[in-house]
Write a protein that binds this ligand. Structure first.
Ligand code: SF4
Ligand code: SF4
Length: 168
């Protein structure tokens, strides 16, 4: 059984997607394709693993960052984990509230992530914001979002450092 906050969050992103059309057609579903030689997976939100326990076609692995869901590259729409529904955006917890940002982790994979939020359907951006607000009302999910926010900041700092490095 999913935590109530996650159930609501997943429902909000059940039918709203980054573009009004199927964005997978533009990139041939890149975010569902594992990279060659790499074990890839999507990070599950706290309690989301319950949904996939014993579900055919999935396995899970624990990492320092949380539980990763490993899939076959195909899934039923209703089975998509929240991270896949949010792609390529992420709700962050800032001092002045929930903010929606492009997920830095998505930039290596998703062509839309490289274009930024303005390229996306505003209804999708609004839905991600709503999801962030719902999760922020649940202590466990909020703590997870705070961790994700810190990771995004660290990745951004690393990226900037790298960019400065190659321009000197
Ligand atoms: S990689 Fe980006 S554009 Fe392609 S299917 Fe995933 S979210 Fe859509
Ligand atoms: S769970 Fe589904 S949407 Fe997410 S990466 Fe796997 S196939 Fe794609």
């Amino acid at each position: 059984m999913l935590p109530e906050s996650l159930k609501r969050a997943r429902a909000i992103l059940e039918n709203v997607t980054p573009l009004k059309t199927d964005c997978g057609l533009t990139c041939n579903g890149l975010c569902c394709r594992p990279m060659e030689g790499e074990m890839t997976g999507m990070l599950l939100f706290p309690g989301e693993d319950k949904y996939y326990e014993g579900r055919e076609g999935y396995r899970m692995t624990k990492t320092d960052h949380g539980t990763l869901l490993i899939c076959s590259g195909r899934c039923e729409r209703a089975d998509r984990p929240l991270s896949c529904r949010l792609m390529p955006l992420i709700p962050l917890i800032r001092a002045d509230g929930v903010k929606v940002a492009t997920d830095i982790r998505a930039k290596t994979v998703c062509p839309l992530a490289r274009q930024g939020k303005d390229a996306l359907d505003p209804a999708f951006v609004a839905a991600v914001r709503q999801v962030g607000r719902i999760l922020a009302e649940d202590d466990e999910q909020q703590a997870f979002l705070v961790t994700l926010t810190r990771q995004q900041d660290e990745l951004k700092a690393l990226r900037n450092q790298f960019r400065r490095g190659i321009h000197v």
